[in-house]
Unconditional design. Structure first.
Length: 415
């Protein structure tokens, strides 16, 4: 009899456990919405800015139940990140908020159909080692924040503290203070979230690269009296990479051959060879640079196929191409080029003025702007250029105004 009772108890325990597991499975499956938090870089250096992006994926939701408005609360480690220089005090609100140039709606959501209030910092639980960021965002009727792909709708800046040496950290969604609403105003509590995983530390190597091209051991060839744009690429032990061009100190061993005119900007002064050095903290990278004469180029040229069409190298085209004065949102950019009836703009200058991340798509072997591959790009004198006709496709809402008489180009793009 005792054995029978024990068997019944065991069966009841098993049934309850099975039911509980089924409930947990149903609960997990019922979470059809995910608040996804990602970062522009998986690894950053101390003192470097990282962009935190937020999107909402809802592949299983009905079209009429898309998320239209949200209050998002993000939480980060106050010992790893800082908001110094990112905030301004708003007299009307009586509190600090993110500066307008330190956050933005992303490309797909950057139009009149969406609205976002400036994010603001807070400390929800004092003493827990965390700080929070709160922002409100919404879309007009029929415009969802959610999408099947979970495309980010906002990007905002955080800065890694300079005293952080080797830390793995997360930027997470604080569920207790996050609210999602559909078009009817109904709150959706059945959501899960993902976190942005970020490593903050020193890289193992710094490399000098041509524009957004991959690293190469070949000397950097420059032309006399012409400039060139280079980048400093940091490579971490975990395989991650990030550009540190603006953080690095740039030097030329022989300024009489190649002189440094700015962060990553160089100019050939006289024929010869020199060594370029970039330094970030105690880590330095070097690369050989050569300013060659035309006769040296021709003497060292490799024989090609015997064809009837004469190929003119892009670097030579850039020498003879008409120069174009370019402004971006009213600020002077580096000169563009008029080549074969099309205007090309230096990619790095454009990205820096718009504060948009630039990179390289290794699989497609194409440079990227704001995460989107640039299909109509050219390299002139080792500098990456983007064709102006592609700018509105890369940045919806961007306007390009070409003055053919004065050979000037104005680019307007408001975040």
């Amino acid at each position: 009899m005792l054995k029978f009772k024990k068997t019944i108890v065991a069966l009841l325990v098993l049934m309850v456990s099975t039911a509980y597991a089924a409930d947990m499975t149903d609960a997990a499956e019922s979470k059809k919405v995910y608040v996804d938090v990602t970062s522009s870089d998986a690894s950053v250096l101390p003192g470097q800015t990282v962009f935190i992006e937020v999107g909402i994926s809802s592949i299983a939701l009905a079209d009429t139940k898309g998320i239209q408005a949200a209050k998002i609360t993000l939480s980060y480690d106050e010992n790893v990140f800082t908001t110094d220089s990112l905030l301004r005090f708003d007299d009307d609100l009586g509190k600090y908020i993110w500066r307008d140039d330190c956050f933005s709606l992303t490309r797909a959501f950057n139009d009149r159909d969406y609205r976002i209030d400036n994010p603001y910092p807070t400390d929800v639980v004092p003493g827990d080692g965390k700080q929070e960021i709160i922002f409100y965002v919404s879309g007009n009727d029929g415009k969802w924040l959610s999408s099947d792909s979970g495309a980010p709708f906002v990007a905002l800046s955080l800065i890694a503290k300079t005293n952080v040496t080797d830390v793995n950290t997360n930027v997470t969604v604080r569920a207790e203070d996050t609210r999602l609403q559909d078009q009817s105003g109904t709150t959706n509590n059945e959501y899960a979230s993902t976190s942005a995983k970020i490593h903050v530390g020193l890289p193992k190597k710094i490399e000098i690269v041509r524009g957004t091209q991959p690293p190469s051991s070949q000397p950097i060839s420059m032309d006399l009296n012409y400039g060139m744009e280079l980048n400093a690429l940091a490579r971490f032990a975990n395989g991650d990479t990030t550009y540190v061009t603006e953080m690095a100190k740039w030097e030329s061993a022989n300024p009489d051959v190649v002189t440094v005119t700015g962060k990553g900007s160089l100019r050939g002064i006289s024929y010869g060879t020199t060594s370029l050095t970039v330094t970030v903290g105690s880590l330095a990278g070097t690369h050989e640079a050569i300013v060659r004469s035309m006769t040296e180029k021709e003497r060292n040229a490799q024989p090609g196929f015997q064809v009837t069409v004469t190929h003119v190298p892009s670097s030579d085209i850039s020498h003879s191409a008409p120069k174009v004065q370019v402004t971006v949102n009213g600020k002077a950019a580096e000169q563009g080029l008029l080549v074969d009836g099309s205007v090309y703009v230096p990619l790095r200058s454009l990205g820096n003025l718009l504060v948009l991340p630039m990179g390289y798509d290794a699989s497609r072997k194409l440079p990227t702007l704001d995460g989107k591959a640039i299909t109509q790009s050219k390299i002139f004198a080792a500098t990456s250029y983007v064709k102006i006709r592609e700018i509105p496709m890369l940045l919806p809402g961007a306007k390009t105004l070409w003055d053919n008489k004065n050979k000037t180009l104005s680019i307007e793009y408001l975040f």
